[in-house]
Design a protein around this ligand. Sequence first.
Ligand code: KIV
Length: 250
Amino acid sequence: MIPAAAFGRFKQTPMVMATGYDFPMARILEKAGVDVILVGDSLANVVLGLSSTREVGMDVMAVFVGAAARGAKDTHILADMPFGSDSDPAKAVANGLRFLALGAHSVKLEGAKLDVIRALTSEGVPVFGHLGLLPQTAKSFKQVGRDPAEREEVLRSAEAVVKAGAIGMVLEHMDSDLAAQVTRAVPIPTVGIGAGRQVDGQVLVLHDFLGLNPGPFPPFAKAFADLHGAALAGATEYCRAVRERRFPER
Ligand code: KIV
């Protein structure tokens, strides 16, 4: 398990981060050698079929953080702070400590909530930042960093998040030149999703990169397997085998 204190290494060697939500998939991700498993609030969309990440709270996230931690005991588990769970420092600290007690090693929160990051860090909860597109509060899903004011704001936020004590940051759906600029400007690893190649690592959503959902996919995702096809074939064959009395065999 790579502790938060050792994340500096990812300025040299790319960090592989993947979302993972349950016991069997966390086990697979650990076996595959993923550096960090993010129990993302994207589970609202890809696991629970909800339309917004705002629809999951601490109790739901806690179930999945515990499951992923049990499945990948030797991997760094990063727990996503769901919408509202980090709305003030005291609340964020209580929720962050709850995640650590369930087996997480750090938490991620969206936006430059500097007082919250400082409070979590000082209570021993390592924090990953998240800049660029922020799904919990985004009004549009357009790429971030196309106009100069927005670029300036992202750069300022990145530096502030570092100063507040973050150990790394996700850059989501961000202009790749801006992501490269942020990566050069900060001493902590940047992990991109739809932010180009000049970052310190990549993260993808499990259901996208394993082809678990039939789509549509975000434009920056890539399916490295077709688990939807494999699962559909298996389930169809099970149905046939029972109906044709080929299963059980005796
Ligand atoms: O919830 C999530 O899966 C995330 C990733 C998109 C980085 O925050």
